[in-house]
Design a binder for this molecule. Sequence first.
Ligand SMILES: *[C@@H]1O[C@H](CO)[C@@H](O)[C@H](O)[C@H]1NC(C)=O
Ligand SMILES: *[C@@H]1O[C@H](CO)[C@@H](O)[C@H](O)[C@H]1NC(C)=O
Ligand SMILES: *[C@@H]1O[C@H](CO)[C@@H](O)[C@H](O)[C@H]1NC(C)=O
Length: 423
Amino acid sequence: ETVARSSDATVTAMDHLFRRKRVGLLKPLLSLSLVFASFLMIHKLRLSEKDAFGVKHLRAAGWCGSECFSFKKEVGKTSLGSSESPAPRKEPDTQRVSNRTATWDAQVLNCSEDASVRTQDWFRRLDPRFHQFVLHRHCRYFPMLINHPEKCADGEVHLLMVVKSVIEQHDRREAVRKTWGREQTVDGKTIKTLFLLGSPNIGKDTKNLQKLIEYEDLIYKDILQWDFMDTFFNLTLKEVNFLKWFDIYCPGVRFIFKGDDDVFVNTHNLLELIGFKVEERKEADLFVGDTISKAIPIRNRQSKYYIPKELYDKPYPPYVGGGGFLMSSPLARRLFVVSEDLELYPIDDVFLGMCLQKLHLSPELHPGFRTFGITRRRVSSMNSEPCFYKNLIVVHKLSAQELLKMWSVVHGGDLVCAQRFSI
Ligand SMILES: *[C@@H]1O[C@H](CO)[C@@H](O)[C@H](O)[C@H]1NC(C)=O
Ligand SMILES: *[C@@H]1O[C@H](CO)[C@@H](O)[C@H](O)[C@H]1NC(C)=O
Ligand SMILES: *[C@@H]1O[C@H](CO)[C@@H](O)[C@H](O)[C@H]1NC(C)=O
């Protein structure tokens, strides 16, 4: 079944590429071949550069930038239990031309399991579904397969849209790029967009999926990809790897919207909310979304969010639904710092709640963020009522088609909404 699904995704993506080509044949073909020619040149240059440095661990990582495997040492903190890290090399560091105080330095190419866990009593009692997570919990930062150090390097970015996605969801990314994630400048405020991805899961058509995603990135240049398996329990890895990435590469960003690839975001209302918060000078601690307080871990074994007692046996701190939330960049940096002292937790939004708690902060509840509790039944009037979308900030669970359609209705200009919902 998985094979069928992944080849489906391949077909869809191919379909898409071909559709692009058919539009006007000559121009796109020309620019494509140009892109490929320059890519080949860059690739050659990089290879020879790396050869000169004697890097043996260069993997067939596609368009891994020179940032991907910069072997900076910070052994105390980032020796993540792997003995596979490359032999120390002193010379290249001194040869570095640019003085970037930090680049992506994660070097765990092979996250081996923490065997000591297996001998513990609670591990034997633990639901086997969590074994993989617990055994690999210590591996936190992973090498990057696709990086964009330039994304927010120059100039101020008012709002960075950061979207969790997986390789197969090509059509959702496409819809986001055309709607709320469109990179643009509104009243002098720059909006940029990034998608966060892991690597293809074992058993899928790994090689082709990787090729496709690299191709997609070549066109849009908006993908960050890390070399960890893109599984549900690994979503927290996406969180912490992004926070670290952000800390390194995004000095000029003011706000981050972080969300899923299946949400509707009213960009206009989001910008307005940011405007209010800036006026109120609430920027420093800003963390707004669909907040849940006093939640407890779900003990129903059928639930996707099931957490066994052996893993966690306390109430959750207040946290925000991961479907979409807004935070300020200073807070993101502080979250990064405290996150490093916390053990990874398999549910990513709860993990961020734990980080906030360490900072003695509570996320702010805003009724415009609807990431929980909207009924998915198609008959629900909420799901098809454009005024609902016009007046909210984030609404969750839309297919790519629904998103495109709702976006065009909401922005169509013919829409008259008598009463304004509370936002
Ligand atoms: C690089 O720059 C930082 C500050 O920007 C400075 O502290 C550091 O000494 C510099 N490193 C080198 C090798 O020049
Ligand atoms: C990864 O590490 C494990 C344990 O150290 C080892 O058995 C395995 O062969 C390694 N895999 C690769 C691809 O290096
Ligand atoms: C997360 O990804 C790492 C690296 O690919 C893998 O070793 C680990 O098993 C994954 N964990 C889960 C719970 O899927």
